[in-house]
Design a protein. Structure first.
Length: 154
């Protein structure tokens, strides 16, 4: 029986393809990016085969080129993700996400008494203590946060 060549992601003219996302984490990646939004055209592929890893997710965002400050937060949950910038159907830029030393305004401290939870304008801020596995420390109360607690916030 003939099988068509598998096309995991249909071509886009302009935008961003986030490839090599840890399998099943693409919905969390969208959440980090504040997607979907009303104007955005987003396509997902979940649990597809990959040459680089056993299985992966892919996210394709049309007409939006993601800035590195946005994509680096993705490293928290998909450390192997690759960012491909597409212009006129061609890849014009390719890069890996990097876990930075500080995570700002994305996560909440699990300590209910932390000032980031009790004082309104203060938002969560964490230092990255180790990267594999990811362990964070609250800038305000020094509470440690591990991967399970990080993932449960998305
Ligand atoms: N115009 C496009 N529209 C949508 N997706 C695209 C487009 N061009 C490339 N892609 C996707 O972007 C990803 C990277 O494409 P590329 O051709 O660099 O593959 P690759 O050689 O396997 O790269 P890598 O080494 O990063 O895995 C693939 O998932 C590919 O399907
Ligand atoms: Mg590839
Ligand atoms: Zn705290």
């Amino acid at each position: 029986m003939k099988k068509p060549k598998e096309l995991k992601v249909k071509p886009i003219k302009n935008g961003t393809v986030i490839d090599h996302i840890t399998a099943n984490k693409s919905l969390n990646v969208l959440k980090i990016l504040g997607l979907p939004s009303d104007e955005s055209k987003v396509t997902l592929a979940m649990n597809v085969q990959s040459a680089h890893m056993e299985k992966k997710d892919i996210v394709k965002i049309e007409n939006r080129e993601l800035a590195s400050s946005e994509v680096d937060q993705i490293a928290l949950i998909a450390p192997k993700a690759t960012i491909n910038i597409i212009r006129d159907y061609e890849i014009v830029g390719k890069g890996k996400v990097r876990l930075l030393n500080e995570i700002k305004s994305l996560l909440n401290c699990p300590n209910p008494n932390c000032i980031s939870n009790t004082i309104e304008p203060v938002t969560g801020k964490f230092y990255v203590i180790t990267k594999e596995p990811v362990i964070l420390r609250c800038y305000y109360c020094e509470r440690l946060m591990e991967e399970g607690e990080i993932e449960s916030q998305f």
